[in-house]
Design a protein around this ligand. Structure first.
Ligand SMILES: [Zn+2]
Ligand SMILES: [Zn+2]
Length: 220
């Protein structure tokens, strides 16, 4: 997509991605059709209030709770695609509105999970950062870019164990971050296996963070 296309797609008003209704990237009727994710443990899908990691999974997880605003299909997929590849700010605002519907710990800090640096360089922005910024605006919670990501992490042909090791090494905490005893809420667009969130959570825990939760827009 050229710079000109990028600028135009951010200025020209969008029609609803679902039904074509004029005026916004998604209309209120189509928003209401987003499939909600039940309150459950994100690892084993056992029912769990507020998406808390269940007592069994907690032993292998650094995440206290994980919430997803919607299921990753249909319109939700379109929204993520717009955000990722077209940089539509309006998509970020709308997705954040869905994420803002959860109750928040008022002492928490929002921290985006950064995308691998090379991909951001190609695209010019980071979708998790856009989401965290919008969510911060809507909830009034502070936002901090404590988590940094180094280099390319995905290696074709690497074993599962090796990939895990690479992912773990990919995250580091920004020097000077005031993380001690804080409750951090990681922000990302899509949750698949949770390995990325876990790796970022682990780095934060090692830096003295008391509790790490996560809120994502969609769960695959
Ligand atoms: Zn619509
Ligand atoms: Zn579980």
């Amino acid at each position: 997509m050229s710079i000109i296309d990028k600028i135009i797609s951010n200025i020209v008003p969008h029609d609803c991605l679902g039904c074509g209704y004029e005026g916004g990237i998604i209309c209120t009727v189509c928003v209401a059709n987003f499939k909600l994710v039940p309150e459950r443990c994100y690892r084993c899908h056992r029912v769990s209030p507020a998406g808390r990691t269940c007592i069994v999974c907690r032993r292998q997880s650094h995440l206290y709770a994980v919430r997803a605003a919607t299921v990753y299909d249909g319109l939700a997929k379109d929204m993520v695609w717009r955000l990722k590849f077209h940089g539509v700010q309006e998509a970020a605002a709308m997705m954040a509105r869905q994420m803002a519907s959860f109750g928040f710990d008022e002492s928490a800090v929002l921290v985006p999970v950064p995308t691998a640096t090379r991909r951001v360089r190609n695209r010019g922005y980071d979708q998790a950062t856009l989401l965290a910024r919008e969510l911060g605006r809507q909830t009034g919670l502070p936002r901090a870019d404590y988590v940094r990501r180094s280099g390319q992490t995905h290696q074709v042909g690497a074993s599962r164990r090796e990939r895990q090791r690479q992912l773990q090494a990919a995250f580091r905490i920004k020097p000077g971050s005031t993380t001690r005893d804080q409750h951090i809420i990681l922000i990302d667009d899509v949750l698949t296996t949770g390995a990325t969130l876990e790796a970022a959570a682990r780095a934060l825990k090692q830096a003295g963070v008391r509790r790490v939760s996560a809120i994502v827009f969609a769960q695959a």
